[in-house]
Design a protein around this ligand. Structure first.
Ligand SMILES: Nc1ncnc2c1ncn2[C@@H]1O[C@H](COP(=O)(O)OP(=O)(O)OP(=O)(O)O)[C@@H](O)[C@H]1O
Ligand SMILES: [Zn+2]
Length: 634
């Protein structure tokens, strides 16, 4: 877009702010590539891009900044180079690094006007959320899953943060369902991928995160059985590389084990018992069957084809296993082959064994293509969803830059409802959220400052803490009620220096509610400079108390009315239930018992298309001579 067009659409003031701004883009994947292009074309003056990964062939279909010749090169660096061609005047900085590295400190985050998250995992999202809260920098969080997308505007102390709503943990399956009574193809796939493959080819049971092996009174026998069986499988592994290996494994898994399960009569009172797959019979039936080719991945293979594929893939995997074993020195641990959706050998093995098990349990068989999606927990990434989500991020960032949070929205992109784009007013922080419901302070220390200076010189006399407090740096506790010995140690001995963040946790809940956590950002000064105290702490007012019964907050209709952290004037509503859309960790907010998104009167829902004719200030329609109408809507 031409600069003059942008200026006419956004107005001179915002255009100027955009040009002067310094923003951080975390992640240069599906959303990140689109976002970077949008940012530079919109005229953002300085964009820093960080991504830890290198470019993969499978990225090319949607991460349009990357080409074949870029494979294996760092995403951030290539993205920077390519985007620079779109807007040579933009200042771009790239980091091939993990955003969770300590070099990206609170101080560094403070140097940005806005941070954009375009990540694919919960841990990194949470980390950036917390850094932005500490640094007081607004965050535009985004994610997509298939046709669904979401953009959330986060501003510490004013809106919900990423962690204000609980996120669902990845789905796990009870081990007994997987091992004894599978009822769906996915149960067979998880069995093949997380039980059979690891036991045969290396990794231990504990490493299979999808299996819930928690022991209870009901499943104690089954767990004991499992352990015995795991031992047997390890024994069977010794036959690897011999001609009998395939037959031994097959007979153990599809004959002996199924016989054992059939004998558990109670389990089959209300359902059909599994059938034994006889090795000899299948061997005979598949005499003239060929192993399915790799192009036959979209159709379900016959039982005979699955049998042949089981043999073929097990042979390939055993060969690989033996090769690794032969190369290793005697003191090396046993080799481990683990499932990878992009590893043909393990995918063939999982498809074939899952299907044979599905056959034994009277279920329909699954194609290799579908098995890949299911076993890899893959929901296809859709380029248009990423592109639309990235544009919505930029539109929301305009409101942040204008300091107009009251018109910023959480935006949902969806396909199932009547409307493609829905939005909700932002909500104030959830008072129960331990991540954003913290007080913040600036702690100025001298090089020799001690824990004692902090506790007895500042926290207790100035802020009223008792002995029941605990001090943390990251996850490490450096001082607490049972750690008196640390009181005389220097803060520097715990690695506390300029730009470290430490947290003070009030553990005194005997008489009244404890204070909310106090997060201190450390700055250093010279011993000789005034004031003379070795430590000073700057905090605004008293540290509020932890709200005992704070409930979920209402949508934010008017920012002027946002209750402060100490007030409890909010409506008495149930905590929101998060329906996650999969790996992106984003949750669409729904309240319990509701099918549709919240429409309780507080919520301002809008449709992009419907707003075109409105006179709402946020909607700008520009008639551009060359490019037709450009509509900027929220
Ligand atoms: N801690 C982190 N620090 C920096 N970048 C990260 C971090 N975690 C994830 N990323 C990056 O975020 C991007 C997310 O993009 P996307 O969701 O499109 O994933 P992808 O890995 O490119 O694609 P796919 O997972 O579908 O193969 C990736 O490029 C990934 O490398
Ligand atoms: Zn929060």
């Amino acid at each position: 877009m031409r600069a003059s067009t942008i200026k006419r659409s956004l107005g001179a003031e915002l255009t100027h702010k955009i040009k002067e701004s310094r923003v951080l883009l975390v992640g240069a994947g599906g959303i990140g590539c689109e976002l970077l292009k949008n940012l530079v074309l919109t005229g953002f003056g300085e964009v820093h891009i960080i991504d830890l990964d290198t470019i993969d062939l499978s990225n090319l279909n949607r991460q349009f900044l990357f080409r074949h010749e870029h494979i294996k090169k760092p995403k951030a660096l290539v993205a920077k180079e390519v985007a620079h061609n779109f807007q040579p005047t933009a200042k771009l900085e790239a980091y091939h690094a993990n955003i969770m590295d300590s070099q990206f400190s609170v101080g560094w985050f403070k140097s940005f006007d806005v941070v954009f998250n375009a990540l694919d995992n919960l841990a990194a999202r949470r980390h950036v959320n917390s850094m932005c809260l500490s640094a007081g920098v607004p965050l535009i969080e985004s994610g997509t899953t298939g046709f669904n997308g979401q953009v959330q505007v986060i501003k510490g102390g004013e809106t919900e943060c990423y962690d204000c709503n609980p996120k669902a943990t990845p789905k796990t399956f009870a081990i007994c369902t997987i091992r004894t009574t599978p009822t769906q193809p996915i149960h067979c796939i998880v069995w093949a991928k997380s039980y059979l493959l690891p036991h045969l080819l290396g990794a231990s049971e504990e490493e299979a995160a999808e299996l819930d092996t928690t022991e209870s009174s009901e499943n104690a026998d089954e767990i004991a059985n499992l352990r015995k069986e795991a031992q047997t499988l390890k024994e069977v592994r010794k036959a690897m590389g011999t001609d009998q290996f395939f037959e031994t494994v097959f007979r153990m898994v599809f004959e002996a084990d199924i016989e054992r399960l059939r004998a558990m009569e109670d389990a089959w009172r209300n359902r059909e018992p599994p059938r034994v797959l006889a090795f000899k019979d299948l061997l005979e039936r598949s005499q003239s069957t060929v192993v399915p080719s790799s192009s036959a991945d979209q159709r379900s293979w016959t039982v005979e084809e699955n049998f042949m594929m089981f043999k073929d893939s097990l042979t390939r995997l055993s060969k690989r296993y033996k090769e690794i074993q032969d190369r290793a020195s005697p003191e090396d641990p046993e080799p481990i082959l683990t499932f990878d959706k992009d590893d043909e050998d393990t995918l063939d093995f999982v498809t074939a064994t899952a299907n044979l098990r599905a056959e034994a349990f009277h279920m329909s068989l699954t194609s290799k293509f579908d098995t890949k999606q299911m076993a890899g927990n893959i929901i296809p990434a859709i380029a248009t969803t990423n592109a639309m989500t990235a544009s919505l991020c930029v539109l929301q960032s305009f409101k942040v830059l204008r300091n107009d949070l009251s018109s910023a929205k959480t935006v949902f992109l969806e396909r199932s409802g009547q409307r493609a784009i829905n939005s909700e007013a932002l909500r104030p922080p959830n008072k129960k959220c331990e991540v954003c419901n913290v007080a913040r302070g600036i702690l100025t220390i001298t090089p020799n400052a001690t824990v004692e200076n902090l506790v007895q010189g500042v926290l207790q006399p100035d802020l009223g803490y008792t002995d029941e407090l605990c001090i943390r740096v990251g996850q490490e506790i450096i001082y607490g009620p049972d750690m008196e010995e640390n009181i005389s140690m220097k803060l520097s001995e715990f690695g506390i220096k300029h730009d470290t963040t430490l947290t003070v946790v009030d553990e005194d809940d005997r008489e009244q509610d404890p204070r909310i956590n106090l997060e201190c950002w450390v700055t250093e000064r010279n011993e000789s400079e005034p004031p003379s105290k070795p430590i000073t702490l700057e905090v605004k007012g008293e540290i509020p108390r932890m709200p005992a019964l704070a409930k979920v907050d209402a949508p934010l209709a008017d920012y002027a009315d946002v209750p402060t952290a100490t007030e409890s004037t909010l409506p008495d509503e149930e905590a929101p239930v998060i329906v996650t859309d999969g790996a992106n960790g984003l949750g669409k907010r729904k309240r319990e018992g509701e099918e549709e998104p919240v429409t309780n009167g507080h919520v301002d829902k809008k449709v992009a298309g419907e707003s075109l004719q409105t006179t709402n200030d946020a909607v700008v329609v520009v008639d551009d001579d060359e490019n037709g109408a450009i509509v900027i809507d929220d």
